[in-house]
Write a protein that binds this ligand. Sequence first.
Ligand code: ATP
Length: 387
Amino acid sequence: MIRFEQVGKVYPDGTSAVDGLTFEVEKGELVTLVGPSGCGKTTTMMMVNRLIEPTSGRILVDGEDISTVDPVRLRRRIGYVIQQVGLFPHRTVLDNTATVPALVGWKRDRARRRAAELLDLVGLDPKTYGPRYPSQLSGGERQRVGVARALAADPPVLLMDEPFGAVDPVVRERLQNEFLKLQSTVRKTVLLVTHDIEEAVRMGDRIAVYGKGRIEQYDRPGAVLGTPATPYVAQFVGADRGLKRLSVTAIEPEDLEEPPTAHVGEPARAAAERLTGLGARWAVVLNEEGDLHGWVAADALHGAGDGGTVGGLARRMDAWVPVGAPLKQAFSEMLQHDAGWVAVLDGARFLGVLTPAKLHEALRRSVDADARGVGRGEVSFDSVADA
Ligand SMILES: Nc1ncnc2c1ncn2[C@@H]1O[C@H](COP(=O)(O)OP(=O)(O)OP(=O)(O)O)[C@@H](O)[C@H]1O
């Protein structure tokens, strides 16, 4: 989809920004370009929409050498999101979002309808936010408008330069998650520039780690963390790269334990006896549909009088994550709620719990899979126990 062939850029003052860049981004893939300041990430990106022209090599988009494509026509196919967002201060959020469709000749009504759809998609209610001006938004909201605007004309390619750089870490993580969710539905071909290795491994299907003006390693996040190609990459990803793996390893159903369960309507006495028989100190409480209701302590069940039900003694389960979430999120929930385990849900349905021991196993399996260069799902569970 985007192909760099021996691309180089020397600025007029003689600065060589990048040299011999050769890599390919597949259709629907999100590639992060990561590296320290001045290593050539932005130059790389701006060559794709011809805001900067390479001095050697060529870039192909969809098989077409872009030096032969009219820049204006090219940019219609390429959405661009930058850190400073660059919204027009005197236009409403709705009109800002409708800018590109209007530019490419859509009728005003159609452009605005599309803009409203896009605002909705990035989590901003068009009725509330559409009429506002950019100065009436928070930094995170402005950033979302930037993303909506870039997507408005439905370009197949999206360039994002430090798109979440201007907001605090909490908002940043939320925006990253929202964008990943969005990307899983819109499947754009994305180049995302960041200097933050954590962001690069979280967001990227593949990562290009830049040294000065060149790519030191181009691979899946797990491989970059697991087997850094050069000492430079190892230093850049940091000594705590094992921890960073928590961000890129998803919780899968086979990671889960099945704890004792009890049902909302079940008599407390019966549940208490069952837990004693199992030697369990607590149980997960489910409703009739198998959805999570909460949890209950064995002590509480034992203390209940006749006629008490499990539902009456159940407590809310605060520590839970959706299946497929990264291990880091599960770990963070455990710490935040001082819990020894987290519930894992598929929608509302209870799938099981993740314990610290299982979390460790999942991490080991992910290391194992990357060491062998195979997908995680193809590694048998036994191989971890043997490792
Ligand atoms: N117009 C220019 N003229 C001369 N040199 C430039 C120009 N623009 C960028 N450079 C230089 O090219 C190199 C790469 O810059 P670039 O902006 O691509 O890096 P970057 O990795 O995006 O950095 P940052 O993370 O700080 O934005 C740097 O040494 C920079 O000083």
